[in-house]
Design a protein around this ligand. Sequence first.
Ligand SMILES: NC(=O)c1ccc[n+]([C@@H]2O[C@H](COP(=O)([O-])OP(=O)(O)OC[C@H]3O[C@@H](n4cnc5c(N)ncnc54)[C@H](O)[C@@H]3O)[C@@H](O)[C@H]2O)c1
Ligand SMILES: [Zn+2]
Length: 338
Amino acid sequence: MSNSLHIYDSFGPLNTLLEGKKEVVVLIDKGIKDLYGGYFPYPQIEVQTGEEQKNLATVEYICRRLLELECSRSAFLLCVGGGILTDIGGFVASIFKRGIKCGYVPTTLLAQVDASTGGKTGVNLSGLKNILGTFSLPEFTYINTSTLKTLPQRELLAGAAEMIKAFAIKDRESFAMASKYFHDGIDTSSPQFRDLLATAIGIKAGIVERDFRESGERKLLNFGHTFGHAIEKCASECGDSILHGEAVAKGMKVASEISLRRGILSEDDHHTLCTTLEKMGFDLTIRYDAEKLIEAIKNDKKRGENGVDFVLLQEIGKSCVESISFEDLAKAAADVLH
Ligand SMILES: NC(=O)c1ccc[n+]([C@@H]2O[C@H](COP(=O)([O-])OP(=O)(O)OC[C@H]3O[C@@H](n4cnc5c(N)ncnc54)[C@H](O)[C@@H]3O)[C@@H](O)[C@H]2O)c1
Ligand SMILES: [Zn+2]
């Protein structure tokens, strides 16, 4: 079930992975075509990315282009771009001619640490995120960390939130390392960064390996996401700009504070999590009221009948899932957000 992961600081070794493949087609994010398109001497399909373009029309466009290129079932789709591109490309690969092989070359930190691991592909429909999709793994994921040099700083930091999340739920030692190395900006060319990236991906990959379809342990990866998603929703309704990772950072603070108030997390660990995020540059203030956030949580696709499976922190590096009713969640949110 696991695919192979390759982390380098150039595109050179990618050639070995593509050797012997006869029909390679590159699917690339238009926004980075000028930066990286030249590294791939294969027919290319460019698509505009953005949540608005993450839809069936784009899937259809890519499939038509594959047909024009006379791709057979042995074609290989190399998906180069951020999480939007790899989600769409993985989806296309899983359905074109009932499935062709693909490889991911994620170029954002979020895609490297999160979206390209775990086998979830998909597109949006009727304003619902990732509502159409498949579970399907690429043959490999190839990370060239030097692509992060051209990534806007804000996107880089947002991706790092998912690394902190992975460490917070599973790996105290790596959390401490990240806390040390990330607070004066993130030097993506350092060996420490590369190690931390590989560890964070390994944490997700390990969890997914044990619980592919999210019936148990995989839920831990939603740490910070219950409120994170609600914050994203409220922000979009108010016309505020927020990136997923920025919302997750705020959501982790709320989840940590709820854990503290329930008496399962120490004051010290709560403080460490919040100061680490703040020193990295995250703004943890939340300006939406508790009621609005709970309303958004009630509309989330991951809700249960009367509540949600909520990820609590027991200590940095250890987490658990507890089913919390909407009523209790509303009380907790009101306490935490005053
Ligand atoms: N499949 C999963 O398990 C999973 C997990 C997490 C997130 N996701 C999905 O990932 C998507 C978000 O991914 P994202 O944050 O990577 O966004 P994205 O793909 O939109 O990329 C962000 C921006 O960065 C640009 N960009 C990409 N690489 C660059 C580079 N190296 N240099 C400069 N600019 C670059 C893109 O053109 C885009 O404007 C969401 O749709 C989300 O649903 C999926
Ligand atoms: Zn996330």
